[in-house]
Design a protein around this ligand. Structure first.
Ligand SMILES: *Cc1c(COP(=O)(O)O)cnc(C)c1O
Length: 234
């Protein structure tokens, strides 16, 4: 089925209006919320269109796909890894992404720190937390996070700056709210417990970003809402 064509600039304008409304409701500043254009499965032409509409930060979920795409794209864009990272791709990932949203194990943290030391990269990392338990297999359960946090606090090359979650899809986005509240509460708790600043909350996708903004999201990971349905991958 052909998707109806909506220019990215037009989609973005509507999204920004919705973000402004959610910010007003939550008494937050709109400049505390940044859109990450998630361009997985889309080509450099879509990245260019988004760049021209004003998007400066892009997200990819696969290292290999990003490695082929990023050199073809406009310079100046900042690329974030938002999808699961395998340890054997840590080196490639650090060459592409200054920010990794999907740190989900001690072993991956160790590998990233080791490679960053060798290569001179200084990535920001977010801990990906599975707050909803059974509904998703992605991310660390909160009770398993402390051993990773203890390690991150010793790292000299990785900087831990926040939390990310991949919420389950609910047709009614209101049902997602408790997931976002739980992530924010974990952030507040760990900031106190570990005496660190964790400014970044990466939560909210196309279906539920308004709710995520109301609950404190600073990075929205938006694909479909900006770019329409993704082309089918082989
Ligand atoms: C694909 C993807 C998104 C964007 O999803 P949409 O629902 O299309 O906005 C966000 N985060 C991650 C980790 C993704 O893989």
């Amino acid at each position: 089925m052909e998707k109806e064509f909506v220019p990215v600039a037009e989609a973005l304008e509507k999204i920004q209006a919705a973000i402004a409304e959610a910010c007003a409701k939550a008494r937050r500043r709109t400049d505390a919320v940044e859109i990450i254009g998630v361009t997985k499965t889309h080509g450099p032409d879509v990245v260019r269109e988004a760049w021209e509409a004003g998007i400066r930060t892009f997200g990819e979920n696969k290292v290999q796909e990003a490695g082929a795409k990023i050199p073809e794209c406009v310079g100046g864009a900042e690329w974030h890894l938002v999808g699961h990272l395998q340890r054997n791709k840590a080196r490639h990932a650090l060459a592409l992404f200054p920010v990794i949203h999907s740190l989900d194990s001690l072993r991956l943290a160790e590998q990233l720190e080791h490679v960053a030391e060798e290569t001179g990269h200084r990535p920001q990392v977010l801990l990906e937390i599975n707050v909803s338990g059974e509904a998703s297999k992605d991310g660390l359960r909160p009770e398993h996070a402390p051993e990773v946090i203890d390690y991150l606090l010793t790292c000299r090359h990785l900087t831990w700056t926040g939390l990310m979650t991949l919420a389950p899809f609910y047709p009614d986005p209101e049902q997602t709210r408790p997931v976002f509240v739980a992530l924010r509460n974990l952030r507040d708790r760990w900031e106190r417990e570990y005496a660190v600043g964790l400014p970044n909350l990466s939560m909210g996708m196309s279906n539920d970003y308004r709710i995520a903004v109301e609950e404190g999201a600073t990075w929205l990971r938006l694909g479909t809402a900006l770019f329409g349905n993704r082309p089918n991958m082989p």
